[in-house]
Design a protein around this ligand. Structure first.
Ligand code: NAD
Length: 263
């Protein structure tokens, strides 16, 4: 059996309705896992789940502790277990520091940082010995190349992704120390042309940092040794790797999937 085979495993993917989350859900299902797609976007989330064999949808705002408890309980109840949590839900605010709006940043800090913390909390509580699932497992957090480079107009966003990086390492240390049997890792994806990725190109150009969105993309590609943007499948395959036994001794670290941009 391939060590990336996930037959019999159950994964919950936040922000799974579209973009990288939908790609991760599809790849996990392709590797044999049954997937709970979790998102605030009900219709899109249900559509994504309907495309995947053995998948289901649950409405989840990752900033809501009680909804997390309910979503994890629902997953264990309906899919029988829980082995993988992908904390992928995120939002991005493109603003110069000199113009930073507190409310927009608070909302982003809540989703990207608190959401990832709560996802890790509820994964631990379910997967650790005596938890509702109780078989150990893996947590995969979506950081970003923004945590490893300095790109203008995303100071707050980059700070959240650096926070996700650090949170990941502390979580792995706690899990190890307390015998939870849960590995915790994060990914540093390069720019992907999802809704979020293209918004960034448009908005940084709008701020006058690039001549137009195409120029923004070209500059990113120019900083990337592999010579292209990342694709959804590049990131999704890395999620499957970190979810699977192929990464069984990979713990408390971050994997750059950025074509070399952040190195
Ligand atoms: P996207 O905007 O296309 O999709 C994000 C998904 O998260 C959406 O389905 C949205 O509804 C969901 N979401 C937002 N707030 C939520 C909440 N409170 N609760 C539950 N779901 C919520 O973004 P994407 O490009 O697919 O990005 C996914 C993740 O990857 C994010 O964490 C992002 O920061 C990270 N990332 C993206 C890129 C990129 O270039 N696209 C690069 C590096 C990292």
């Amino acid at each position: 059996m391939s060590t990336t085979d996930l037959t019999g495993r159950v994964a919950l993917v936040t922000g799974g309705a579209r973009g990288l989350g939908a790609g991760a859900a599809e790849a996990l299902a392709g590797a044999g896992a049954r997937v709970m797609v979790a998102d605030v976007l009900t219709e899109a989330g249900e559509r994504t789940a309907a495309r995947l064999e053995g998948a289901a949808f649950v409405e989840l705002d990752v900033t809501d502790d009680a909804r997390w408890a309910a979503a994890v309980a629902h997953t264990v109840q309906t899919l029988g277990r829980l082995d993988v949590v992908v904390n992928n839900a995120g939002i991005e605010v493109t603003q110069l520091i000199a113009d930073a709006e507190p409310d927009a940043h608070r909302a982003m800090f809540d989703v990207n940082l608190l959401g990832t913390l709560l996802g890790t909390k509820h994964a631990f509580r379910a997967m650790r010995p005596g938890g509702a699932a109780g078989n150990g497992g893996t947590v995969i957090n979506l950081a970003s190349v923004a945590a490893t480079i300095a790109f203008p107009a995303i100071a707050g966003y980059s700070a959240t992704k650096s926070g996700v990086d650090r949170l990941t390492r502390v979580a792995a240390a706690e899990s190890g120390k307390l015998g939870y049997g849960v590995r915790v890792n994060c990914l540093f994806p390069g720019l992907v042309a999802t809704d979020m990725g293209m918004k960034l190109a448009v908005e940084t150009a709008g701020l006058g940092l690039f001549t137009d969105p195409q120029d923004a993309v070209a500059q990113v590609v120019g900083l990337t040794p592999s010579g292209r943007l990342a694709e959804v499948s590049d990131i999704a395959d890395a999620v499957v790797f970190l979810a699977s036994d192929a990464s069984r001794f990979v713990n408390g670290t971050g994997l750059a999937v950025d074509g070399g941009m952040g190195s």
